[in-house]
Design a protein around this ligand. Structure first.
Ligand code: SF4
Length: 368
């Protein structure tokens, strides 16, 4: 057993921030050291989030047919992935989908649409949905994820009752041009800053497994720390067939656990959310990951299916945690900051995620 990760946790708890070298060391821990890394990161997680897990629920308001060319995305321009494609849900359908997630135990609803960014009309549409949802559930947290924002749009969303805005940096600035060319890294930073300036809780995270180096993963994480992201969704690439990254399979369950631990060491008091790719990449280590991260999405993702919602909740209970805001939660912790991101799947040994065929945009019951 090595004490170096425990010593690092003690230093972070005492107020010394983790350095880039520390982050690299966590990422490059040997598999023999994996439990030591988890145990050390768990100290930070427990300090800031106790035994709670925040549960978020995605509603995909508009799916597919995006003009942007993000190479990881099943909704991108030219994607041949066999996903659901539909235009804006009607307000009552969006509310009904959100309600399913809330009944399942979620405290935050993430309302997402594909596309480069919303028109002012789209913002009004979402504002109406949020108003209707908040009328039914005044306590619900709403995170919007609508793409790049223009002048006045973040303020309008805030005024409508939106609590948080998700826009992921996704990868390091030094790797961004390899992943997408239809918008820039600076565009992404600008939107997170607009959300922040309007009083929305910034939610921004990354996608691991895009062919980035260890140093670039660390670069992306420190950029999120500098940006002041309240919640950090960590996605693991789901290499959809029909997208440029199909067949890219760079991650192992242990590697994913180390990435989450690195995020916890660098941003000890931020919400670290295991996002898309959880089931596919962490596989049987999902439970261990809860000792490092403190937030998950319940049920399905934007274009792919997650494991059964009841299995998510069982996993939380089995690992000794409680859902934040549930009757079992005696932590007194307040609900704060979260966000959004794209799908995962349960095709355990397949590179092609199970496409979502239930919930928003279908007549089938949602997985919640
Ligand atoms: S990530 Fe968003 S902007 Fe990029 S292709 Fe997908 S839906 Fe479009």
């Amino acid at each position: 057993m090595t004490r170096r990760f425990d010593d690092l946790a003690s230093a972070v708890l005492a107020g010394t921030p983790a350095s880039t070298d520390d982050a690299l060391e966590v990422l490059r821990a040997t598999d023999d050291e994996l439990l030591d890394v988890v145990a050390a990161a768990a100290r930070l997680r427990r300090r800031h989030f106790g035994n709670t897990v925040k549960v978020n629920y995605l509603v995909n308001l508009k799916s597919g047919l995006c003009p942007e060319n993000c190479s990881y995305c099943s909704q991108r321009l030219g994607s041949q992935a066999d996903i659901l494609k539909y235009t804006w849900l009607k307000t009552d359908e969006a509310i009904s989908q959100a309600n399913a997630g809330l009944r399942g135990g979620a405290t935050r609803v993430c309302m997402v649409s594909s596309g480069r960014g919303p028109t002012d009309r789209d913002v009004e549409r979402v504002a109406g949905m949020v108003g209707a949802l908040k009328q039914e559930h005044p306590q619900v947290e709403v995170c919007a994820c609508l793409g790049l924002l223009k002048d006045g749009q973040a303020e309008r969303l805030r005024e409508a009752g939106v609590d948080a805005y998700n826009h992921n940096l996704n990868t390091a600035e030094s790797h961004h041009g390899e992943i997408v060319t239809s918008h820039t890294y600076a565009d992404r930073v600008d939107t997170v800053n607009r959300a922040k300036d309007a009083g929305l809780s910034p939610c921004s995270g990354l996608i691991a497994g895009l062919g980035e180096s260890d140093e670039q993963l660390v670069e992306a994480l420190f950029a999120l720390e500098t940006l002041g992201s309240d919640s950090i969704p960590i996605n693991f690439l789901m290499p959809f067939d029909g997208t440029p990254l199909a067949g890219t399979w760079d991650l192992t369950p242990a590697r994913c656990l180390k990435i989450l631990a690195m995020a916890r060491f660098v941003c000890p008091d931020k919400e670290i959310r295991i996002a898309g790719g959880r089931e596919m990449h962490l596989r049987s280590l999902q439970g261990q990951a809860l000792h490092v991260a403190n937030s998950i999405f319940l049920g399905d993702y934007l274009t792919s299916e997650g494991q059964a919602a009841e299995t998510d909740l069982e996993m939380i209970r089995d690992n000794g945690f409680v859902v934040l805001g549930s009757d079992d939660d005696t932590s007194g912790l307040e609900l704060v900051g979260v966000g959004v991101q794209a799908g995962a799947g349960v095709g355990l040994h397949s590179h092609d995620p199970a496409k979502r065929r239930r919930g928003a945009g279908t007549d089938a019951s949602p997985n919640a």
